[in-house]
Ligand binder design. Structure first.
Ligand SMILES: [Zn+2]
Length: 326
């Protein structure tokens, strides 16, 4: 076997991209590799510039919201740093799960078995299915909404249908002017592959409008180095709307006839060539528009795979899937 080509540094030959736009710049990390900051009053966010978690300090204990393994033991360090500075208990008493995914909850078990974990009932079902000791199942579950009250603070949890995952919830901090809603909008960056690896295209594309229905100034969105603003959400919506419009145009304008004629009995080859042509036609103008505007926009496979998913949803969910045979 031929080993992969390596560059001067010994790393595999990796593609190069334009510098990230200012809107996508991360935070300055400390010597442990994290940055923690006050979002509003006693609500804090912690990031490693890839993942984001949050916690609420109260006189009765700390509530942690998501435990991404990427941040791992730095969640505890951040809690200790902030509670020590404010003379508050550093005891974590509650953990809220935004959704069941391991990349956001895989450090949950670091906080032991003696805390109250809260999540949607579907989160519990999926975690029982996945049987991962790193993600203990929630003890307290709800179907539509739940009010968490700890140490005089109030947090409103709500499920408004599937989006990124079947169980992804909206975590509203009405007294902190903040919403936590994970894995849909990335502040200053485009979604990664397939609408941020999402299960439900219609649910995902409709979710930002639901998020905007809540009153908030700060959005903790689970990734990257800063909280999102309402303008970030609007920009994300425009990116998705541009892909939808471009996909509709491409579906109408790319003619499958000559492709099917060319491949004859190999109909799967024709389907592939047709859908690839539609995807390329639809994605190209969006990639051009957002390069230099949003982080990651020149990583073309992200917009292409998201475009493919949206274009398929236009055909399969909304219809028509194609012309009716005469
Ligand atoms: Zn996720």
């Amino acid at each position: 076997m031929t080993p992969p080509a390596t560059g001067a540094t010994g790393a595999p030959d990796l593609p190069e991209y334009a510098p990230v736009p200012a809107i996508a710049k991360g935070a300055a990390l400390n010597e442990h590799g994290y940055h923690v900051w006050q979002v509003e009053r006693n609500l804090y966010a912690v990031t490693d510039n890839v993942y984001m978690s949050a916690f609420l300090t109260t006189p009765d204990g700390v509530v942690v919201f998501d435990a991404p393994p990427n941040i791992g033991h730095n969640i505890r360090r951040a809690v200790d740093e902030i509670t020590a500075a404010n003379g508050l208990t550093n005891q974590v008493t509650h953990m809220v799960y935004s959704h069941h995914h391991a990349d956001h909850q895989g450090a949950s078990s670091l906080f032991g078995g003696d805390i109250v974990r809260i999540g949607h009932e579907e989160t519990r079902r999926l975690l029982l299915r996945d049987d991962d000791p790193a993600r203990p199942v929630p003890d307290v579950t709800f179907s539509d909404s739940y009010t968490l009250e700890v140490g005089g603070e109030r947090v409103e949890l709500a499920w408004h249908g599937p989006n990124h995952s079947p169980d992804n919830i909206y975590i509203h901090f009405p007294d902190h002017d903040t919403l936590m809603f994970i894995d849909v909008v990335n502040a200053g960056w485009i979604p990664i592959y397939n609408l941020n690896l999402s299960d439900d295209v219609i649910g995902y594309t409709g979710a930002p409008a639901i998020a905007l229905d809540y009153p908030w100034t700060h959005l903790i969105s689970g990734h990257l180095g800063r909280v999102a603003t309402r303008e970030d959400v609007a920009m994300h919506q425009q990116y998705i709307a541009d892909i939808e419009a471009s996909s509709r145009e491409a579906l109408a304008s790319v003619n499958p006839g000559p492709i099917f004629k060319h491949y004859g009995e190999n109909v799967w080859a024709a389907v592939s060539a047709h859908l690839d042509a539609v995807t390329e036609h639809a994605a190209a103008p969006v990639i051009a528009k957002y390069t230099g505007v949003l982080g990651g926009a020149d990583i073309e496979v992200y917009t292409r795979t998201t475009t493919f998913a949206i274009m398929q949803s236009i055909r399969l969910d909304r219809g028509p899937s194609g012309p009716v045979h005469p």
